[in-house]
Design a protein around this ligand. Structure first.
Ligand code: SF4
Length: 319
């Protein structure tokens, strides 16, 4: 890694600065990243800067940004750009976050209108420092977007709200169209990959979201290539089905910097297809599984598929 990249990594991840480098194996040919060049992409960049918006697309250095922003699809990251946790896979900056911005819900809503977005993903950094974990800011963003753009469907991708009583209930009561919380990896790898989280806590908020509002769509995502086994992934699928989760995404983990967890394996496109077939057989309404799948990738299109799949399932049950 050159010096400029090293210092950028150290600034964003001071807690990882003294870790040894963890080189990953060379990327295979099926991991393709197209440089963003379109005019539509440039328009979205300008708009995001003018509204001082943070997005996971940029903060996580997502390889799909050119394609998504060209299609005017983005994942807004609220509650600032600084996370109170330090997961081993994540490129979002770690540190002490600033105050919650009261103008943020209005700015998100204005951005949605300006983009003409049909479906948006709203996520956040972890805010363990706030009494409600940031839940009320999610609520305010949902309300602002609903008021400004009633046709836009809203997907929230929330933190685990660990030890934040009432936080999940408040977000679900605001009636997002999709409630998403990513399990990210298998339980065995939580201590090294997601040390601030607990597998069963994450699973339980997905289960509880559906219990609170059985009409809500629930969704979760996994990264593969971190050293998990196939049988562990199949067990997580079963756990998610017990929690009545509707939609599963599975994508390849890519290492953001040499100080993050190394890629253990590049899962082949055929293995992703295999996971998709198995997951559909286990009863998920929609499954997105491919090397470049991310939790919010094609979330707009997939939401339509989700709605259609539920209607079809209900029709079958009634018939
Ligand atoms: S996949 Fe998600 S995070 Fe990546 S660019 Fe698309 S919307 Fe943004």
């Amino acid at each position: 890694m050159d010096d400029s990249k090293l210092s950028a990594a150290a600034l964003r991840h001071p807690e990882k600065r003294n870790r040894p480098d963890n080189p990953s194996p060379r990327k295979p040919k099926w991991i393709r990243v197209k440089a963003p060049t379109s005019q539509a992409y440039g328009d979205v960049v300008k708009m995001m800067r003018s509204k001082q918006m943070h997005t996971v697309c940029e903060e996580a250095a997502c390889p799909n940004i050119g394609e998504c922003w060209q299609r005017r699809h983005a994942a807004f990251m609220i509650l600032g750009d600084t996370c109170t946790r330090a997961c081993a896979f994540c490129n979002v900056k770690t540190g002490r976050p600033g105050l919650v911005d009261p103008t943020e819900p209005a700015h998100v809503a204005e951005s949605v209108v300006q983009m003409g977005a049909k479906h948006i993903v709203v996520t956040s950094v972890d805010r363990d420092d706030l009494d409600d974990g940031g839940a009320m800011q999610f609520v305010k963003v949902i309300e602002a977007v609903r008021a400004a753009s009633p046709e836009t469907t809203i997907e929230v991708l929330t933190p685990d709200f660990r030890d934040k009583a009432g936080a999940l209930e408040a977000v679900v009561a605001a009636k997002p169209d999709v409630f998403n919380h990513n399990l990210e990896t298998v339980p065995r790898l939580y201590p090294s990959i997601r040390p601030g989280a607990r597998y069963f806590q994450s699973l339980s908020i997905l289960r509880d979201a559906k219990r609170i509002d059985p009409t809500i769509f629930t969704k979760s995502g996994l990264m593969v290539g971190l050293g998990e086994t196939k049988s562990e992934i199949l067990q997580v699928m079963d756990d998610l089905r017990v929690a009545d989760v509707d939609f599963l995404t599975i994508g390849q983990y890519l290492q953001p910097t040499l100080k993050h967890a190394a890629v253990a394996e590049y899962v082949t496109p055929e293995q992703f297809e295999d996971y998709k077939t198995i997951a559909l057989a286990k009863g998920f309404l929609v499954v997105a599984a491919s090397p470049m799948t991310r939790s919010s990738y094609h979330a707009d299109r997939d939401f339509e598929a989700l709605r259609a799949a539920r209607i079809e399932k209900l029709g079958r049950a009634a018939g």
